[in-house]
Design a protein around this ligand. Structure first.
Ligand code: HEC
Ligand code: HEC
Length: 203
C-alpha cells in the first residue's frame, strides 16, 4: 500500500514536472520567435532564419554563444511585445542548460527552412557561383542548401546576416574549421560580395 501511494505521488509529480517543462519550453521557443520570426523563419535581413538549421550546427552555435565565444550583437525584439528590453544571443542562452539547448536545436531542425525572398544582382550571383564551386561547394553542397552537410545553410539565408557573419570570419572574430579558414583567406573583397549575391539568389 505504501508503495502504491509512493508510486501514485511520484507519477503525479512526474506529470506535473513534465507539463511545467512543456510550458517552459514553449515559452522559450516563443521568445526565440520574437526575434527569429514565426517557426524560426525570419522576415528581417539582419536576422538569420533558424528553421531547418542542421541540428548539431545549431546546438554547437548555442553552446558557443553561452561560452561568449562568438560575437553577439544586442538586438531589439521584432514581433510580439516589442517593448521587451533588447538582448544579445549570449544573454538569451546564458541560463539555459545543455539539454534545453539540444532540444531547441532539434525543435528548429524539424521545421522547414524557407529561403528569404530578397533582391540580388544576377551578374554578381553568376560570378559568385564560380567562386562558390571553386572554394566552398566541397563542404557546402547544393549551393549551400544541403542540411546533411552539417555546415549551416548558406543558400537562401538573409544577405544582411551573411554579410555580418562573413565579415566576422574574415576578421577572425568567429571561429571556423581550419580548412574553411584556408579557403576564406583566398577570397578577395569582390569574391565576398559575389558570394553574398549568389547565396541570396538561391530562392
Ligand atoms: C533579442 C533577439 C533574439 C532572441 C530572443 C533570440 N535570438 Fe538568436 N539571434 C539573434 C541575432 C541578432 C542573431 C544574429 C547575430 C548574432 O549572432 O548576434 C542571432 C543568431 C542566432 C543563431 C546563429 C545562426 C547561425 O546560422 O549560426 C542561432 C542558432 C540562434 N540565434 C538561435 C536562437 C534561439 C534558439 C533562440 C531562443 C532560445 C534565439 N536565437 C533567441 C537575435 C535573437
Ligand atoms: C572544409 C569544409 C568547409 C569549407 C571548404 C567551407 N566551409 Fe563554411 N562551414 C563549414 C562548417 C563545418 C561550418 C559550420 C561550423 C561553424 O559554424 O563553424 C561552416 C559554416 C559556414 C558559415 C556559417 C553559417 C551560419 O549559419 O552562420 C558560413 C557563412 C560559411 N561556412 C561560409 C563558407 C564559404 C563562403 C566558404 C568558401 C569560401 C566555406 N564556408 C568553405 C565547413 C566548410
Amino acid at each position: 500500500m505504501k508503495n502504491f501511494y509512493r508510486t501514485a505521488i511520484s507519477l503525479a509529480l512526474g506529470l506535473f514536472a513534465a507539463s511545467a517543462f512543456a510550458q517552459d519550453f514553449d515559452a522559450i521557443v516563443a521568445d526565440c520567435n520574437g526575434c527569429h520570426g514565426d517557426d524560426g523563419v525570419s522576415q528581417w535581413t539582419d536576422m538569420p532564419t533558424i528553421a531547418g538549421m542542421p541540428e548539431f550546427v545549431h546546438a554547437d552555435a548555442l553552446f558557443i554563444y553561452r561560452d561568449n565565444a562568438r560575437p553577439c550583437a544586442v538586438s531589439e525584439y521584432r514581433q510580439g511585445d516589442t517593448s521587451r528590453p533588447a538582448r544579445s544571443m549570449c544573454d538569451v542562452v546564458a541560463d539555459l542548460d545543455d539539454a534545453t539547448l539540444e532540444d531547441l536545436a532539434a525543435h528548429y531542425f524539424a521545421l522547414p527552412f524557407v529561403a528569404a525572398k530578397q533582391d540580388f544582382d544576377p551578374a554578381l550571383a553568376e560570378a559568385g557561383s564560380a567562386v562558390h564551386d571553386r572554394l566552398c561547394e566541397q563542404c557546402h553542397s547544393e549551393a549551400g542548401t544541403n542540411p546533411d552537410d552539417e555546415a549551416g545553410i548558406l543558400g537562401g539565408q538573409w544577405m544582411g546576416y551573411m554579410e555580418t557573419t562573413m565579415a566576422q570570419y574574415l576578421a577572425g572574430e568567429r571561429e571556423q574549421p581550419k580548412q574553411m579558414e584556408r579557403k576564406m583567406n583566398e577570397l578577395t573583397d569582390d569574391d565576398v560580395k559575389a558570394l553574398l549575391h549568389f547565396y541570396a539568389a538561391q530562392q
